[in-house]
Design a protein around this ligand. Structure first.
Ligand code: ADP
Ligand code: MG
Length: 250
């Protein structure tokens, strides 16, 4: 997946963040001195071991939380100066825990656009694009497998066609072949539209498969940023070298 990158769409400057429940002096911040820039059309994998701050970082990007220090800019304007509801539609977070409402597959897609009519044709189209094209719209959504639920979550996001798609472990708990299928679906979306995709994963094989660039976190700090090919061929930091070596078959 390689496209010519556009102008800077998102920029973090010296961002620190400590979870409010951990704010006594003895606890470590979840994120420290985070600096990076993302260009329009980029595909970025944020990787690192469990607890390093990946999910926290995504939450800051769509204002589910605000930095304690430092600033985040979206389209050259501080994140805080954007209308938060519009912002969350443009910078869409697909969290790790997928919510399913009781009802049909169609019900579970239509909830993302409460104020707009979605035709069955549009629903079929988006289900095709996530590999659920053979599923009937009236399928009981609670009967779907974990992999199918991940695909449903992507279908909802694709319907909204955000400027920036934030994905938190989009293939969590799936085996490698199923996870690869999800990654290929995300790649297909990214190739087709001008969107920016920021994906969090603790599985380096998935980050390698999606390509683009990599930001590696360790204990709340960025330890390495690189083009994906360079990162996996020739990791520079000891943390990245260890992470890749220890990842085994995952
Ligand atoms: N809601 C929370 N309250 C307090 N601490 C939290 C909360 N969520 C995460 N943390 C802590 O913040 C750090 C980063 O967590 P997280 O961003 O979830 O890491 P990752 O997604 O990389 O596994 C960890 O030390 C974690 O224990
Ligand atoms: Mg996480």
């Amino acid at each position: 997946m390689h496209k010519l990158s556009g102008k800077i769409i998102l920029e973090l400057k010296d961002v620190d963040y400590t979870h409010p429940s951990n704010s006594d002096a003895s606890s470590e911040p979840a994120l420290r001195k985070i600096n990076f820039k993302i260009r329009e059309g980029d595909s970025v994998s944020v990787i690192g071991p469990s607890g390093c701050g990946k999910s926290t970082l995504l939450r800051l990007l769509n204002r589910m939380a605000d930095p304690d220090n430092g600033r985040i800019f979206y389209k050259d304007k501080p994140l805080k100066e954007h209308d938060v509801l519009n912002l969350r539609r443009e910078i869409l977070l697909v969290p790790q825990e997928i919510y399913i409402v009781p009802g049909t597959l169609a019900d579970n897609l239509k909830i993302v656009k409460r104020d707009e009519e979605i035709t069955d044709d549009e629903l079929h189209h988006v289900l095709n694009s996530v590999g659920l094209g053979s599923k009937p719209l009236h399928l009981d959504s609670t009967s779907m497998s974990v992999g199918e639920k991940h695909r449903l979550a992507l279908a909802r996001a694709f319907l909204l066609n955000p400027k920036i798609l934030l994905l938190d472990e989009p293939a969590a708990s799936l085996d490698l072949p199923a996870a690869r299928g999800i990654i290929d679906t995300i790649s297909g979306f990214h190739e087709k539209f001008d969107n920016t995709v920021i994906m969090v994963t603790h599985r380096f094989r998935l980050a390698r498969r999606i390509g683009g660039s990599v930001v590696m976190l360790d204990k709340g700090r960025i330890v390495e940023t690189a083009e994906s090919l360079d990162f996996f061929r020739n990791p520079q930091s000891p943390q990245a070298q260890r992470f890749i070596k220890d990842a085994g078959e995952d």
